[in-house]
Design a protein. Structure first.
Length: 91
């Protein structure tokens, strides 16, 4: 299966490093809001909430920074997603 060029640059070291704020969405923690699932930007480590959350901070981070690839921080999930190419992969 072919993948996007952004996902192709991700290594296991990128994926397996500890999250900056593993206990919650950075913006939601600051505002006292809630989230559904957590996503981490693999370019800078920003942790934001998923698109099922009302604030969608992970996607807002992508639009603000153009950092293309996120990973799920949910227990048992091992996938990454590229916003640019709308492509995902299991890791």
């Amino acid at each position: 299966m072919e993948t996007c060029s952004h996902i192709a640059t991700i290594t296991s070291a990128d994926y397996d490093r500890p999250a900056n704020t593993p206990n919650g969405c950075e913006e939601c923690l600051a505002s006292g809001d809630r989230w559904v699932h957590l996503r981490e930007c693999l370019a800078c480590g920003h942790v934001g909430c998923c698109d099922s959350s009302k604030n969608k901070h992970a996607t807002k981070h992508y639009h603000r920074t153009k950092h293309p690839v996120i990973r799920s921080l949910e227990p048992g999930e091992r996938w990454i997603w590229c916003y640019v190419d709308e492509a995902g992969a299991e890791v």
